[in-house]
Design a protein around this ligand. Structure first.
Ligand code: CP
Length: 309
């Protein structure tokens, strides 16, 4: 099987944002544009399995909706840890070997970083990483980048402020990587130290020549941002709940923050949110997070079309 760092045109798995280059992103986004509002039967007879060991609303249902809109069929389990043979002690590898015999593509969400790569190593069909613990969430990053393009025309030259849980936030890890492909991008990582971005991500930004700053104060950067990318502080990933409480109270987007945000800027969030964006922000046209989530369907249609079409 072809693994990481494989160009998308030869893709057999989607494991990491590092697999993508500008040409394949442009191709994918053009396909997504063409598929907006579209339904056909090009994937008739093909089967997608969704194996979710962690909860999901958007990723699982938008993948399933995407497959159905292209005429394919869906099998799967939404609580694989309890409702698959994992509960009897079956390994992820054995489960993937079996599901490879039942489906033409496997969409996997798991609580451990590296699980998707482990699955791809034994699968005989493409594996799509739908989130592997605190690791990566590449298809979320694709829809995030597509949203920045559709909201602002291009991702080139944007100043993006990543906020919230940057330590465990897999969507941040994946999107930061994709944005290195766009000239002129600047990044601010806005978080308290307990959930500040990891040295591994910063090393990749440095290697790519991306200017960045670290701060725990959104007001220090807000007047120059184009995108605020807020994230949920993920209680389920903390071993020390005192750290969680520090992180949870740190950055909140509310009406006061919106007053300081430039008129052309947008607020994004991979969702679900808890209270890190006040609901009073939802009616502001700069609140792009529900439009962002809706883009998940066309991006995943385009991806399934590329993998299976
Ligand atoms: N953004 C995202 O991954 O949402 P779900 O957890 O609902 O799939």
């Amino acid at each position: 099987m072809v693994m990481l760092a494989t160009p998308l045109r030869k893709l057999e798995h989607v494991i990491s944002s590092e697999q993508f280059d500008r040409a394949c992103l442009d191709d994918l986004f053009a396909r997504a544009d063409a598929l907006a509002g579209h339904r056909d039967t090009r994937l008739a007879g093909r089967i997608m399995a969704t194996l979710f060991y962690e909860p999901s609303t958007r990723t699982r249902l938008s993948f399933e909706s995407a497959m159905l809109r292209l005429g394919g069929a869906v099998v799967g389990t939404e609580a694989a840890r309890e409702f698959s043979s994992a509960i009897k002690g079956e390994t992820l590898e054995d489960t993937i070997r079996m599901v490879s015999a039942y489906a033409d593509v496997i969409v996997l969400r798991h609580d451990q970083a590296g699980a998707a790569a482990r699955a791809a190593a034994v699968a005989s069909v493409p594996v799509v990483n739908a989130g592997d613990g605190p690791g990566e969430h590449p298809t979320q990053a694709l829809l995030d980048l597509y949203t920045i393009g559709s909201e602002r025309g291009t991702a080139e030259g944007v100043h993006i402020a990543f906020c919230g849980d940057l330590r465990f936030g897999r969507t941040v890890h994946s999107l930061a990587q994709l944005l290195t492909l766009y000239p002129g991008v600047r990044m601010s990582f806005v978080a308290p130290e307990v959930v500040q971005i990891g040295a591994d991500v910063l090393a990749r930004m440095t290697a790519a020549g991306i200017p960045f700053r670290l701060t725990d104060r959104l007001d220090e950067v807000i007047d120059s941002v184009d995108v605020v990318y807020q994230t949920r502080v993920q209680k389920e990933r903390f071993t020390d709940l005192a750290d969680f409480e520090v992180a949870r109270r740190a950055i909140r987007i509310d009406a006061e923050v919106m007053r300081a945000l430039p008129e052309q800027a947008i607020v994004m969030h991979p969702l679900p949110r808890v209270d890190e964006i006040a609901t009073e922000v939802d009616a502001d046209p700069r609140a792009a997070y529900f439009r962002q989530a809706r883009n998940g369907v066309v991006i995943r249609m385009a991806l399934l079309d590329l993998l299976l079409g």
